[in-house]
Design a protein around this ligand. Sequence first.
Ligand SMILES: Nc1ncnc2c1ncn2[C@@H]1O[C@H](COP(=O)(O)OP(=O)(O)OP(=O)(O)O)[C@@H](O)[C@H]1O
Ligand SMILES: [Mg+2]
Length: 245
Amino acid sequence: MTPHTPLRGCFVTGTDTEVGKTRISAALLHWLAQAGWRSAGFKPVAAGTSLIDGQWVNDDVRALRDASALAMSNAEVGPFQFETACAPHIAAARQGQRIDRAAILHAVDALAARAEVLVVEGVGGFCVPLGPDWDSADLAGDLQLPVVLVVGLRLGCINHALLTAEAVRARGLCLAGWVGNSVSPAMPWVEENVATLRLRLQLQGAPCLGIVPWLAEPSPAAVAAHLDPLVLTTLFSSISSPFAS
Ligand SMILES: Nc1ncnc2c1ncn2[C@@H]1O[C@H](COP(=O)(O)OP(=O)(O)OP(=O)(O)O)[C@@H](O)[C@H]1O
Ligand SMILES: [Mg+2]
């Protein structure tokens, strides 16, 4: 399955759940908006909602919506939001629902018609079941976007990053870059870990987009300040300049 029109932007995956995909996605949306692009976040599948301003909504959906340049409804950013914070296929089954692959592509097509660039946040790690016969890696394959890998800097992250890079390549997708994100205030041997990640992922053609420290307020602007504008410009260079007529 593929969307009707080729998409522009990136698909953000992570070495695991809770590694900073939403913080980095929001920072990318912010950076793109600051650069003049009509950026839009998309969270195709989200599990766990809370009542905000009288509406049940997922936190990631809200964060991506707030960081986007394009004005969108919660349902446009997150077409499949389930109540329970657990594995998405289980969250869907608890509500007697299934995650409809064609409906996701329809939703992303509708957004792509209005946005210049999309930042799509995956769910959990790269290979998360979304139904009996498909998973989030299949979804990334459907979208055909370059993949950005968020590496949660903790013990074990090198192995998780390299396994993910292999899985991305096995799907025929491009690993366009990676971000090291501090998931705790201090990680022992962080510089040595980052040096190894740089080397091993660069060998696979994936440059480092930035190393984000543990921040007291990880707002989109604060996180974006730790991303490399030159590497980001290259990553998004296939998208025509917002300043070109
Ligand atoms: N650099 C950072 N500094 C401080 N806190 C951070 C940082 N990165 C992430 N966090 C916090 O860690 C938690 C997990 O981050 P985030 O929600 O972005 O992860 P995720 O990978 O999107 O998780 P999920 O798999 O649930 O979508 C959040 O509370 C977030 O605010
Ligand atoms: Mg998230």
